[in-house]
Design a protein around this ligand. Sequence first.
Ligand SMILES: Cc1ncc(COP(=O)(O)O)c(C=O)c1O
Length: 383
Amino acid sequence: MEKVQEIISFIRKTFKEEKEFIPLHAPTFSGNEKKYLLETIDSTFVSSVGAFVNKFEEDFASYTSAKFAVACVNGTNALQMALILSDVTAHDEVLTQALTFIATANAVAYVGAKPIFIDVERDTLGMSPKALEKFLLEHAEKKSDGFTYNRKTGKRIKACVPMHTFGLPLRIDEIAIICNEWNITLLEDAAESLGSYYKGLHTGRFGKIATFSFNGNKTITCGGGGALITDDEVIAKRAKHLTTQAKLPHPWRFTHDEIGYNFRLPNLNAALLCAQLEQLTRFLENKRELANLYDSYFSQTNIQFIKEIENAKANYWLNAILLNNEKERNLFLEETNKNGVMTRPAWDLMNTLPMFKDCQHDGLLNSIWLSERIVNLPSSVRK
Ligand SMILES: Cc1ncc(COP(=O)(O)O)c(C=O)c1O
């Protein structure tokens, strides 16, 4: 495959790496990480209480322009918490994407609810407003209590969880209008889209709650880590309460007023995250430069580089291309990985996995088409 060899050379040149393995997304620790970690160790407050957790929550809310942020152990339990805070239970259904990372669907399952998979758009790779509206018109009804129910199952469709795939903002304003019309709670899985904006607003600012991940492969990381954001003070306070074992404040008593969770981010991780957040603007500029290089390279080939849509500013967390068909995609993956350049396909669609194979979906034509063609390219911040 001659052309793939050319692409491999281009990637190696771009990363100034002639022989070594090129990962998909490696973290960069070039700021105050060590300093803050040492401060935390010296303070002995390495665990669930500490100044860096509070600082991170304040800084993160300010960065995303949300009123409140609550740090969590990871993005998966931040999403689970968002569903709990929206009172999603085993009686409910949740609209989401089949083209997403497993954690989105798992979080729905953790609260006992059933996901319904809605198709995505070919340009944003995120939930299609048209497909969402079509599904609701065909399969749902708004009853006299003002809520939306699935005509087939009789269950309430309580929440909608779109996901900004690879950091590319989806048409979230249109999704928000539809959710509002049908009285469905909008929760954004913004795990991948820190630093991505749509119509000038940070992703995650269109729904009631949004969640983020700081896993090792994300734009900023503290090993694990997650957060939720909201403008609702009652939700934010309850999030803090529930993620810290639902303990009532008291100088010495251990009293808990409901079943809580141990989801709070340790101060040690928060220290690392504060240092990472300080560098986010630089990371994003660096990643945009890389995306531009990929874009101009692939514009001279018959391979499509996936770009942000109009009115969107992507973080280009993971750069993605579309191969012409599944066979070419597989050859490309084999050749690049064999040559030490890490590339990956999109996730297997959720509806194809044994746990979710019986879930309702809308045919998922674009999701299937995309999942056969998407390849993620090395996307780390370059030195
Ligand atoms: C779309 C999406 N949702 C949720 C998560 C879960 O985040 P975490 O790995 O921090 O639990 C991730 C990433 O890992 C993700 O990509």
